[in-house]
Ligand binder design. Structure first.
Ligand SMILES: [Zn+2]
Length: 293
């Protein structure tokens, strides 16, 4: 099987898996892959990704001119072209609307908490590209802001985008994002995630080389503490913003940013929330006043 025919078959298979897993509905989503150094193989416009055949794909150049194929290329072609323009290392681009990850994108919640080792080693953090009207020039501009430093991102009120050094690598990152979103949702329903400490995140990022994973960008330096001057190092175009608090020797740190059930709170957490009735609060105040007298 030639390279081109195996890539056509690969796009058919990735489309079938995305549709079977509910990452796309109807004609949603699009997939592309580099075909040599100056051409792309891309899904056509208005086709259900679950039922494609190898012959429906379009061949375009890197400016988006159709060179081969009976159908128009994907309506999101401009977004794909922007990725290939900025990332010479990227061989494939996958876009879908997986429901849980897209729920986070709709709620405006990035998947940037240090929670799972496999996510930190493969993707790092998953930011949200600003809302843009699909199929317009706005979308490549929004994606362009993050693509140099990230292999996966959410698209506000739209879906998700992943890239990779081969077609299935890009697709598996889409699976990882949706899986991570589902786990994050369950953890938040159960009271919140315990975060991996910053030291552990650094250790995991250093292990990437051992796993043969190339990371697009390092983790950003710590944000400045209140009253501290910003270091200017929190630019998502050049590094990855990851929520990972200092662990003081711990590898897991309770997340204080979300309410937690009493059973999950460590006894020594001085910042933990407590709840008092008005009667209890009044009794405490009366007691304090009595001691003042
Ligand atoms: Zn879309």
């Amino acid at each position: 099987m030639s390279t081109e025919s195996s890539l056509r078959a690969g796009i058919v298979e990735v489309g079938r898996r995305m549709y079977a897993r509910g990452y796309t509905a109807s004609n949603d989503g699009n997939i592309s892959v580099r075909l040599g150094h100056d051409r792309l193989l891309m899904t056509p416009r208005s086709v259900c990704k679950g039922f494609m055949s190898p012959d429906v794909m379009c061949v375009t150049d890197l400016q988006g001119t159709r060179l081969q194929g009976d159908r128009e290329p994907s309506s999101e072609m401009l977004m794909h072209l922007e990725v290939y323009r900025q990332r010479p290392d990227v061989q494939a681009v996958v876009h879908a609307h997986p429901p849980t990850a897209t729920g986070f994108a709709v709620a405006g919640i990035p998947l940037d908490r240090a929670v799972l080792a496999e996510v930190l080693t493969t993707l790092g953090s998953i930011p949200i590209a600003a809302y843009a009207t699909p199929s317009t020039e706005e979308l490549p501009a929004a994606v362009g802001k993050y693509i140099k430093a990230h292999d996966g991102m959410l698209l506000a009120n739209h879906g998700a985008l992943t890239v990779g050094s081969d077609l299935f690598g890009a697709y598996y990152k889409m699976e990882t994002i949706e899986h991570f979103a589902r786990i994050s949702l369950v953890a938040r329903l159960l009271g919140g995630e315990n975060l991996l400490a910053r030291e552990e995140v650094t250790r995991l990022q250093q292990l990437r080389g051992a796993y043969g994973i190339t990371a697009p960008a390092p983790i950003c330096p710590d944000p400045p503490a209140p009253g501290e001057l910003p270091s200017g190092g929190q630019d998502p175009a050049t590094c990855q913003v990851v929520q990972a608090p200092a662990g003081d020797g711990l590898r897991l740190v309770p997340d204080g940013s979300v309410p937690r059930p009493p059973s999950a709170r460590p006894r020594t957490d001085d910042d933990a929330e407590i709840r008092l009735t008005y009667r209890e609060l009044s009794a405490l105040i009366e007691d304090a006043i009595r001691h003042l007298r």
